[in-house]
Design a protein. Structure first.
Length: 102
């Protein structure tokens, strides 16, 4: 890989990652929406948060490239929150599947 990326390369990376990650979070959001043991308030937060974190992460990437490299802290923080939310979603979905009565 070569750095810094050109504008076209930045658009390509953003486009492919946003689309694929959005599909992943739509699927995990559907799983959370079907969970019965999670409260409605937590469901709403767990479904919406990954999309907000995606926007912040990719905005930070663009800010790092075109404004100031110090925006790396924002990218790191939003990516960490995104990962933790995904792990929590996965845990809750798997717990719901495991505890489902037969």
């Amino acid at each position: 890989m070569q750095f810094p990326k050109s504008f076209a390369e930045m658009l390509t990376i953003t486009h492919t990652h946003l689309l694929s990650m959005a599909v992943i979070f739509v699927i995990s959001g559907i799983g959370i929406a079907l969970c019965e043991r999670v409260t409605e308030r937590r469901k709403r937060w767990l479904i919406a948060e990954p999309f907000g974190a995606l926007l912040v992460s990719f905005s930070a990437m663009w800010l790092m490239r075109y404004v100031d490299a110090h925006f790396s802290w924002l990218l790191e923080a939003s990516s960490a929150v995104l990962a933790m939310t995904f792990y929590l979603q996965s845990y809750l979905i798997l717990r719901e599947l495991r505890d489902e009565p037969t």
